[in-house]
Design a protein around this ligand. Structure first.
Ligand SMILES: Cc1cc2nc3c(=O)[nH]c(=O)nc-3n(C[C@H](O)[C@H](O)[C@H](O)COP(=O)(O)OP(=O)(O)OC[C@H]3O[C@@H](n4cnc5c(N)ncnc54)[C@H](O)[C@@H]3O)c2cc1C
Length: 309
């Protein structure tokens, strides 16, 4: 990539080409739930699919890196930020269509709002995902799940846009979903998903959702910024239990602290930097590996870091 990116003409070119909001040097802090992260060279909110396609063609032809951000609920963005274009689909791609049990949702829709809409329409199957922060696009990328349910459970197909702006539909069977492994093809953006929901009683759905939300609040530290579980569950074990047994609850690096309520959460307690959080992650991995011989795999995703795994 051109080291002088973004040159002024490129910004002006894009201003002319695109209809949605385009901002230079946008801090990503307020777009991540950790509330850390440096600026994106460019930040773009497309108005619709065509606007997104125009950007995709432009960055594809010039080999400019881009990154789609959802609610940033699983991201650790570096203090240096992201060199390229960060795209936010929450304004332009949040449509919802319900036809009996078939539901199509735009990838920028917020999962929480979507699930309450399903409940109001007596459509079940994904109610146990209530309380997972993020968008539909982020949930499909991560195959987000909780309490034995995953977003892929009700999935029929995904509409995706390739880098050249072309739109294709992939059936669920074409995507190798797994535990926190969703649709992660790096050259494709999720535009919308189609689901087949289950006819359900709205009041029963509501009481399940209320109960799940109560359980989340009692077991998770929700009053400080975090990005949920930092590490994936190692086979047959719980990352939080290993971290707790390694004596790491309450351990701190700068403003980043291992939660005393749920040891697999790192909290931004006091103006933490992304580097503080990253250093704490490394410390936890080293300590757990030395103590139990288990290598913890990151569930949080690193964005804008050089030379890290
Ligand atoms: C308090 C808390 C509790 C949590 N609990 C859970 C839980 O119980 N279960 C769980 O699974 N997760 C949990 N998480 C993690 C997080 O909520 C999920 O990973 C969620 O799916 C992230 O969605 P997002 O929209 O914020 O995605 P982001 O974090 O913004 O992005 C995640 C990835 O998805 C990609 N992406 C986003 N949209 C698109 C798109 N349209 N096309 C292509 N790629 C896209 C991004 O590029 C990135 O690679 C929790 C997080 C928090 C803060």
């Amino acid at each position: 990539m051109d080291p002088n990116w973004p040159k002024k003409p490129a910004f002006q070119d894009l201003r002319r080409l695109l209809r949605g909001r385009l901002v230079k040097d946008r801090s990503l802090k307020k777009y991540t739930t950790y509330r850390v992260g440096g600026p994106a060279d460019l930040y773009f909110e497309p108005l619709d699919r065509d606007d997104l396609a125009a950007l995709m063609r432009y960055v594809h032809e010039r080999e400019i890196p881009f990154f789609v951000i959802g609610k940033g609920a699983n991201l650790l963005v570096s203090d240096k930020g992201f060199r390229g274009v960060v795209v936010n689909l929450q304004k332009g791609l949040k449509e919802l269509n319900i036809r009996d049990l078939a539901v199509t949702a735009g990838s920028g829709a917020v999962l929480w709002d979507f699930l309450y809409e399903m409940q109001r329409n007596s459509l079940g199957g994904l109610e146990k995902l209530i309380g997972i922060p993020g968008t539909i696009g982020g949930a499909i990328y991560m195959n987000a799940g909780a309490f034995g349910s995953e977003i892929s459970d009700c999935l029929v197909s995904v509409d995706v846009m390739k880098h050249n702006g072309e739109v294709v539909t992939l059936n669920k069977e074409q995507i190798p979903f797994g535990y926190r492994k969703g649709f992660t093809e790096p050259d494709k953006i999720t535009l919308s998903i189609t689901l087949r929901m289950k006819a359900s009683d709205s009041a029963v759905l509501r009481s399940t959702m209320d109960e799940i939300w109560r359980r989340r609040k009692s077991t998770q530290p929700l009053s400080s910024p975090s990005a949920g579980s930092v590490f994936k569950r190692p086979p047959g074990k719980y990352a939080g239990v290993l971290i707790e047994q390694a004596g790491l609850k309450g351990t701190r690096v700068g403003g980043a602290v291992v939660s005393t309520k749920h040891a697999n959460f790192i909290l931004n307690k006091n103006h933490a930097t992304a580097q503080n959080i990253y250093d704490l992650i490394k410390m936890i991995r080293d300590r757990v590996h030395r103590r139990f011989g288990v290598t913890l795999e990151l569930e949080n995703q690193l964005v804008g870091w050089d030379n890290v795994e």
